[in-house]
Design a protein around this ligand. Structure first.
Ligand SMILES: Cc1ncc(COP(=O)(O)O)c(C=O)c1O
Length: 365
């Protein structure tokens, strides 16, 4: 996000600098951060977790690697619904696993998990389903019903879920984030949840993400490697956790960022509806991402076209295993976003004038 950092986080990091305490972590600060995570989950999501269920890793991608290494057989099939945040697709192979992609079902670019496809993969022996909720790149927030259905399937096949909930603080006002592990006892027993203040408070460089082991057996298993992973967690990141999760000023900061994101989301929605009817699109329910189905343009790499022709940088759908799409990050100051949208429209006009469009997607949520 192109926004400044919340004052309490700034102060917490500054205090470490001023005290010149830039060495290793100390157990007291780790425990304080752990208690903050427990409080935040209760207060925000009415989710009661035990303090010994919270493990720390430098970041969520590293945490994913840890789970792939220590909680699965040496070679396992991993179900990744697509489109998916790139590392969720690429990291399993680094640890010897195989990814089974299950493309989501979408109508008017509103994404739904393909439960039948997920079930087929589980029936074929897949051991882990990767859930990303809120979802990067589509911005969907899955409902209790969807999460409950996934939990039943995973439970039936005795598999696990890695639930990446990094974007949870950034839901829009009209939707509620439900931690997947909270939907049922079965979900709690088969899930490892990944959480972090890094997206909500824009501090991904501070390196202190959390894994929540809602199964006591998993929490116990984590203890064998917990100290190793703590070594990669930054002391500055640990100091930022209570500053983000507990400090009222940080809560206010988050509320004002969410208000700004809601305005930006509406601006993107209005621009697409009015000026870009050929783009399939459904406004994000969370995150700061607009997922644009640009397949009507018939471009293999639409991001490259917009970057080279109108100077607008977006992520290409290919990174998410969904070629022909674009992901626009709208966590920008409003004037910058307006410039970005003007460039988007200009790029679309260039495309329209250069060749006839294929059949267009015209439905909008
Ligand atoms: C869904 C999702 N998971 C994980 C990450 C990366 O998080 P971390 O920096 O903690 O590895 C991102 C960053 O964009 C993300 O969007």
């Amino acid at each position: 996000m192109s926004y400044s950092v919340a004052r309490p986080i700034h102060d917490a990091v500054k205090r470490q600098m001023e005290a010149e305490t830039l060495g290793y972590n100390d157990p007291i600060s780790i425990d304080l951060a752990r208690e903050s995570v427990v409080r935040w989950m209760k207060q925000e999501y009415d989710w009661s977790i035990a303090s010994n269920s919270v493990g720390f890793v430098s970041d969520i991608v590293t945490g994913f690697g840890a789970i792939l290494t220590h909680f699965l057989p040496p070679v396992a099939d991993i179900v990744v619904p697509t489109p998916a945040y790139g590392p969720l697709l690429t990291v399993p192979a680094l640890f010897g696993h195989r990814v089974q992609e299950v493309p989501s079902l979408s109508s008017s670019a509103f994404h739904r998990m393909d439960f039948e496809g997920i079930e087929r993969a589980l029936a074929n022996g897949a051991r882990l389903v990767v859930l990303c909720n809120p979802h990067n790149p589509t911005g969907r927030v899955f409902t209790a019903e969807e999460l409950g259905r996934l939990a039943q399937l995973v439970d039936h096949y005795g598999a696990r879920v890695f639930s990446d909930e990094i974007h949870a603080p950034l839901v829009t006002a009209s939707v509620t984030h439900i931690p997947y592990a909270k939907v049922s006892a079965a979900a709690a027993s088969h899930t490892i949840t990944a959480s972090s203040a890094s997206k909500g408070w824009n501090i991904s460089g501070l390196k202190c993400a959390q894994l929540i082991f809602s199964s006591p057996a998993d929490a116990e298993r984590w203890q064998h490697v917990a100290d190793f992973f703590i070594k990669s967690v930054s002391r500055l990141g640990v100091s930022a956790i209570p500053a983000a999760y507990d400090h009222p000023e940080s809560h206010d900061w988050l509320a004002s960022v969410r208000t700004q994101l809601a305005r930006n989301n509406a601006l993107v929605a209005e621009t697409v509806a009015r000026r870009l009817p050929e783009i399939g699109y459904s406004p994000a329910e969370a995150t700061y991402l607009a997922w644009l189905d640009c397949r009507a343009y018939g471009l293999r790499e639409p991001a490259r076209f917009f970057r080279e022709r109108v100077g607008l940088a977006m992520s290409d759908g290919g990174e998410f295993s969904a070629p022909g799409h674009l992901r626009l990050n709208f966590a920008l100051p409003e004037d910058v976003l307006r410039k970005a949208l003007t460039a988007l429209v200009r790029g679309a006009e260039l495309l329209r004038s250069s060749r006839p469009l294929e059949e267009t997607v015209t439905h909008h949520a």
